[in-house]
Design a protein around this ligand. Structure first.
Ligand SMILES: O=C(O)CCC(=O)C(=O)O
Length: 303
């Protein structure tokens, strides 16, 4: 008889586990190409584990630029929250450091994403979460809407439709909270059986990202530190797949027509699906975000 709580508590002993990882080398970053054998191993790991840590994907300079823009554009959202779980979610405006092909169509990730989602995969969301000091464990979830079943009964046997890339802006550790994953649960029917495999807390340094299969069970672990723990994430979909689950109150993509026109053509193609979708929700969200923080906190729990 397994004890899910004990297994999960054990996972917080960060570093005890073998984490499925691909560490980008200097040479790979310079050429924009991952060694074919290492790429094949990364695909195998992602396919069997349902997640992959990609270390050193972004340089310290890139991370500083992301961090600066994230904090300056969202300062009021990072200053206080009235969310019951202390984890505000918000959509990132695609501009400046984020309006970059290295983010939206990264050449080092492209072969992996194309392999799993098809060459014409789309960027379905560019978004952010921040967990505040004292935030408890996030609710357990799978990211993607299921195609044919309630709890992975059928979807476990299908090819993946959604991959998320989580990028931390401070190191994810035992103190700040890792993204806890249940390796292999993307291929298991039912939550209880998925939890029975035991969880893993992959530490994630700034510059590294975590890729997760949309079906894998996971949650952000509690933030036991005294720092806000910000991350940004991109969700990639097969070109025909849409998931409206988390986006009834905010749009998954925020980009102006001007910015879209300026993007690298490859990146623009990944976002082209979005034009004119979500027009009403986008307008409502932008109006709310222009309210002074004190008023926004009073009227909204969504921002
Ligand atoms: O905070 C994390 O580490 C994970 C966040 C997440 O999975 C989500 O918001 O859907």
């Amino acid at each position: 008889m397994y004890n899910a709580h004990q297994l999960e508590a054990n996972a917080s002993r960060v570093g005890d586990h073998e984490v499925a990882s691909l560490k980008i080398t200097e040479d790979e970053r310079r050429t924009g190409r991952i060694d074919p054998q290492r790429l094949a191993e990364a695909k195998r790991l992602f396919s069997s584990q349902g997640y992959l840590r990609v270390e050193d994907l972004f340089t310290p300079d890139q991370m500083r630029a992301f961090d600066r823009q994230y904090r300056s554009k969202n300062a009021s959202l990072l200053a206080a929250t009235n969310k019951a779980d202390s984890r505000p979610l918000f959509t990132l405006q695609i501009e400046g450091a984020f309006a970059d092909a290295q983010v939206l169509d990264n050449p080092l990730l492209r072969p992996l994403l194309s392999h799993f989602l098809g060459e014409d995969f789309i960027v379905a969301a560019v978004s952010a979460v921040a967990s505040f000091p004292g935030a408890p464990d996030q609710f357990l979830h799978r990211d993607a809407e299921q195609l044919f079943s309630e709890d992975n009964e059928i979807d476990k046997d299908l090819p993946v439709t959604t991959i998320t890339m989580l990028a931390p802006l401070i190191d994810f550790t035992h103190e700040t909270g890792c993204t806890r994953v249940w390796p292999g649960s993307h291929r298991i029917a039912g939550t209880e059986a998925g939890l029975a495999v035991g969880s893993l807390d992959p530490e994630l340094r700034v510059g590294s990202v975590l890729l997760t299969d949309g079906r894998v069970l996971h949650r952000g672990a509690a933030n036991r530190s005294d720092r806000v723990r910000p991350l940004f994430y991109l969700t990639f979909h097969r070109s025909w797949f849409r998931d409206f689950g988390g986006y009834t109150e905010r749009p998954p993509i925020l980009v102006s027509d001007r910015e879209l026109a300026r993007l690298d053509p490859g990146a623009r193609a990944r976002l082209a699906w979005f034009r004119d979708a979500y027009a009403g929700i986008r307008l409502k969200y932008l109006v709310k975000r222009r309210l002074p923080p004190w008023l926004r906190l009073r009227i909204s729990r969504d921002l």
